[in-house]
Structures are given as structure tokens and as C-alpha cells.
Design a protein around this ligand. Structure first.
Ligand code: CDP
Ligand code: MG
Length: 149
């Protein structure tokens, strides 16, 4: 079983899409292991996007992601990292495949609604950044045996 970090970004919250986006992941078969909603400190956002620190879009993405509340979610499931990246679609929403979250709900590159960890290493780092150990919940869903083999 794998865990990944998902963020419904500020644009997703402003567009009232938190429920719709979360339901796409739930419907796929992923399990919520952690969930919080708040306006996060600039330090958390800068650390989260640390790999992009030297890119020209870094100040914009940090400004945007600190401008309002974000919904942070830890999802669990078989190959959760790659499954979620596929569901999310590519960075430029205009080019994201229909059927993906960005492809269906967005038309922007910066304001692309949702973040998903890009590897198991990133997932581990990002989950530790956004959640304390005791904020993650271990439990069993009644249909779990029907969702993996
Ligand atoms: O989110 P994803 O992993 O698909 O893309 P990324 O390359 O890791 O970039 C992180 C985020 O920065 C994107 O999701 C966009 O919100 C933003 N970005 C941007 O505003 N302009 C770019 N040229 C590239 C990324
Ligand atoms: Mg990324």
C-alpha cells in the first residue's frame, strides 16, 4: 500500500471544487488517510515547491498558493502515487487529457487545481511536511478486499 500527498490548490477551493475533486479520487478507490483545510504559512509552500526555487514561475506559484486556503489530503491505495498523477493529468490543463481532473475542470497552467506527489520519495517528503504522524489515520474500509490483488 502506498500513500501520496494531494492538494486542492487555492483556485480549486475558490471555484468550489474541493468536493468534486476529492470525489474523483474516492470513486477511483483511494482511501483518505489525512485531511486538513487552512491557509498555510509561506514557509510550508516554499518548502513544498523547493525543487522549483530557481524557476521563473516560483514567486508566482508561492504567491498564488499563499493567497487563500488549501485542502491538503493524504490518500492511500495500491500504487497511489502514479494512480493519482494519472487521474490529475498534465501540468498545462489546456493540454491535459479529457477524463483527467485538470483536463475536465481547468484551462490554465498555473491555476491547475490540484497537486499530486510525483514519486514515492516526493510523497514521503511532502506528507512529512504537511502532516504530523498522529494526524494520519490507519483503518480498514469494508470493500478494501475488492480493490487490490
Ligand atoms: O504540478 P505538477 O507536478 O504537474 O507541475 P510542476 O512542474 O511540478 O510545477 C508545480 C506547479 O507550478 C504547477 O502545478 C503549476 O501550478 C506551477 N507552474 C507554473 O505556474 N508555470 C510553469 N511553467 C510550471 C509550473
Ligand atoms: Mg510537481
Amino acid at each position: 500500500m502506498e500513500r501520496t500527498l494531494i492538494l486542492v490548490k487555492v483556485d480549486g477551493v475558490q471555484r468550489r471544487l474541493v468536493g468534486k475533486i476529492l470525489s474523483r479520487f474516492e470513486a477511483k478507490g483511494l482511501k483518505i488517510a489525512g485531511l486538513k483545510f487552512r491557509q498555510f504559512a509561506r514557509e510550508v509552500i516554499e518548502e513544498h515547491y523547493g525543487e522549483h526555487r530557481d524557476k521563473p514561475f516560483f514567486p508566482n506559484v508561492v504567491g498564488f498558493m499563499t493567497s487563500g486556503p488549501v485542502c491538503a489530503i493524504v490518500l492511500e491505495g495500491p500504487e497511489a502515487v502514479s494512480v493519482c498523477r494519472k487521474l490529475i493529468g498534465q501540468t498545462q490543463s489546456r493540454e491535459a487529457d479529457p477524463g483527467t481532473i485538470r483536463g475536465d475542470l481547468g484551462i490554465s497552467r498555473q491555476f491547475n487545481l490540484v497537486h499530486g506527489s510525483d514519486s514515492t520519495e516526493s510523497a514521503e517528503r511532502e506528507i512529512a511536511l504537511w502532516f504530523q504522524e498522529d494526524e494520519l489515520v490507519d483503518y480498514t474500509l469494508c470493500d478494501e478486499q475488492w480493490l487490490d490483488d
